[in-house]
Structures are given as structure tokens and as C-alpha cells.
Write a protein that binds this ligand. Sequence first.
Ligand code: MEV
Length: 332
Amino acid sequence: MGGLIYFSAVRCADAHQINYMETVSAPAKIILLGEHAVVYGQPSLAVPLSSLRTYAEIVNLPKGSGLKVVAADLNNQEFYVNSASQEIDSPLFTAAWLLLNHLDCPPPDATITLHSDIPIASGMGSGAAITTALFRALLLALNQSLSSEKLNALAYEVEKIHHGTPSGIDNTVIVFEQPIYFVRGQPIERLTIGKPFVLLVGNTGIGSSTKSVVSDVRTLYEANVEFITEKFNSIGELVRSGRKAIELGDHLNLGKIMYDNHQFLQEISVSSPSLDMLVDAARTSGALGAKLSGAGRGGNMIALVSPDKAPTIKNALLEAGAVQVYQTIVGK
Ligand code: MEV
């Protein structure tokens, strides 16, 4: 993928009136159980966090204006895409290029402005949410549509470019915006939530690169294949039990499974002192379960709490160093 970018002469419909403004979006995600092991074929459970989103605002411009993409709160990225753009080193540009080529459409005449409420590098899928929101904005500006399956496949291509060997769980839960039981390369299964449960999401405030943590785990795996495979198998077992606990509404058991999962994540060296402090604070203040969520080494942890204890546990997390604590109900 290099050099000039050419689009076919096929004219894609540009059906919106000039200066007409619309907004599309995509949610954050939380991995409940199974991160890292999912890269190696084990199952994992994830849910969307619909209250925290990336938004893309589309303003249609007069013909010939070209496409301008602005992401002021994402390192101030701003670029233009026209019918012979030079490739630039930007995840957003790559994503736009990929979709336009797939559709065989020239860039729409529009400005797309992205705003993200999802903390970056925090294990909440900000990258996949930004890609998905940008895709949805481009589709709208071009008056085109794609199935969620196709959108997901394209978002996975972008994830691969930026994250090396992702499992695909982030883009899948974000594009479909549904609780999922995910096994790499297999059809997506919807996760049924037997009884809603309350999660606190505690942000360490420490950014962490998914790509580098996943690559460190790969190095560890290659140096100790049997030992790490055993850990991944154990995590896979926990995920299968966790799925049953969620389906049955057995929050006590789910909590225990979360603590056990955190321990395995410590053993494969993806936790960190700040994540462990938050998990310990959750445990000592009465959470049913807690663990890091996402790639680890920073980012977020989650705590399963009974609704009456949520305020106390939230305070305990803040006192233990969380820079932010979100509360969400899963399955409502
Ligand atoms: C990142 O949100 C989840 C990881 O398992 C990586 C992946 O599945 O691609 C750490």
C-alpha cells in the first residue's frame, strides 16, 4: 500500500444537501474475561460500553471540495483525501483509504470531524471505535451501506495494520455493539446476560500500547510455549465457566472467576503495580470480583459490585489511585 491512490471513475452517490450535518458514532468496549489468551485461540467475553463513544460529525460540502478529516482531540490529526492523495502515516488516513478502495468510490465532498470520549490507550478499544465511527461517516457521506459483517472485516484490517496480531475481539464487539462470546476465526456468538450486573471501570491513568503488550506476551510465549499454553488453557476454562455464570445470573461465581483470571494475567506479566493496587482495593472494599481489562500494564480494570456497595467501592478505587471510575450496568 504505497504511492498514489487512484479511485475508479465510478461515481458514488453524494445525496446529501450542502452544509447538511449528521453525526454517527461507535461505543467503547470492555473485555470481561479472556484477554491475551483470545489471541491464541481461547474464547473471550466482551461487552460494549454504550455510554462512552467516539462521534463523527459529517458536514457535506460543495462538489469538488474533497474530503477533510479532522481529529482535534486525537493528536490534532487533520488531513485531506482527494483522488490522487499521497499516502500519509496516519491510522485515520489508512482507514479512510481502505474503505474508499473497498467501495471503489472517490472521497466524498465533506468534512468529517471526530471527537472521542473514550480514553486513548486505556484498553477500551478507542482505536477500533475511531475506525468504526470514521467508516460510518464515510458511508453516510457517500450514501452507501455495508453489512456489519463487512464493516467488521474492514475494521479488523485496520486493527491488523496498527496492532500486529489482534484477535479481532475489539472491532467485533464495537461494530456489533452487543455482548459477545468470541473465538478468533469463528462465527460470533451473542452472550446472553441472565441477570444484569454492575461494573465499575477504574482507569489507572497510565497509557499502554496494546501492540507492545501483545508483542511482549508473544515473546514470553515463544520462550515458554508449554508453560504459557497451560496458562491460556486455564484462562479459556475460566471464560467458559464465566459464560455459564453470566447466563445463570450467578454473580458470586462470576466474581471469583474474575479474580482468578486476574491472577493468570499477573502470571503472564501483563498486570502492573497500579492495576494490582486497584484490584486489591476493589477486593478489600467488598467487590465480588475484579481484574484488569484489555491489554494491561496500564489502562483500565473492572470490578463487579453489588449495587448497594458501588459508592464505597468507587471511593476505594479513587483513593487507591484511579483517575476516573465509570459505573455501568451490563445487560440492562
Ligand atoms: C485488547 O483489547 C485485547 C487483547 O486480547 C488483544 C487482542 O485480543 O487483540 C490483549
